[in-house]
Design a protein around this ligand. Structure first.
Ligand code: MG
Length: 203
């Protein structure tokens, strides 16, 4: 199982970090050891002083594929979840500045918090999925998948050119604007439509 993540998939978020809107999806990966499930808390890592949440819609791949045509990519996932792509923003900035890979800033242990999955067909409008992140009871991110720069289908197709996608793989599809830091004691919650999907305490 692998965890493929998309960077900068909502224009407003790309702008808030001072980045250009990309021409192709920006992909990176997290190892399976990054997974944090069952609403377990995240222990603030000692190697960062600027831990950020990024609330995202996550797809679970349901069949194997290589060079998947965008036209058929919708057949490769049937369920979605809410995830937090935790990021050590200070380390990421340093990696970017030095032209180094991002893994230590993005793929560390428990950096991929994941809710349970819900079937795509349980949603009223799967083309316009609304989701939001709440921090200590206050809405900090509101997204709608109609604002994706690269659709789920485009991401699956693009990723499968380089990495064969396999049943059980996860795709973190990118975060909308409103990312920010967390402190020890904070409570993060993620919603898809009006369903509370995930809770994560920072300890
Ligand atoms: Mg992200």
């Amino acid at each position: 199982m692998k965890i493929i993540c998309v960077g900068r998939n909502y224009a407003a978020h790309a702008r808030e970090l001072g980045n250009e809107v990309p021409e192709d999806p920006i992909l990176f990966m997290k190892p399976p050891s990054a997974l944090l499930v069952n609403d377990k808390p995240l222990y603030y890592p000692e190697f960062t002083k600027d831990l950020h949440y990024e609330g995202e819609i996550v797809l679970r791949i349901c069949k194997n594929g290589k060079y998947v045509d965008p036209e058929f990519a919708a057949g490769y996932y049937t369920e979605i979840a809410f995830g937090f792509d935790f990021t050590a923003r200070d380390l990421q900035a340093e990696c970017k500045k030095k032209g180094r890979p991002w893994e230590i800033a993005k793929g560390f242990d428990n950096s991929a918090a994941l809710s349970q999955f819900i079937p795509l067909d349980s949603l009223a409008n799967p083309d316009q999925i609304t989701f939001r992140t709440m921090l200590n009871g206050k809405v900090v991110q509101e997204g709608n998948t109609r604002d994706l720069i690269f659709s789920f289908e485009r991401v699956i197709s693009y990723a499968s050119r380089y990495f064969k996608i396999q049943t059980g793989d996860l795709i973190f599809t990118g975060t909308p604007s409103g990312v920010g830091p967390v402190q020890i004691g904070d409570i993060l919650e993620g919603y898809i439509e009006d369903r509370k999907m995930i809770r994560c305490e920072i300890r």
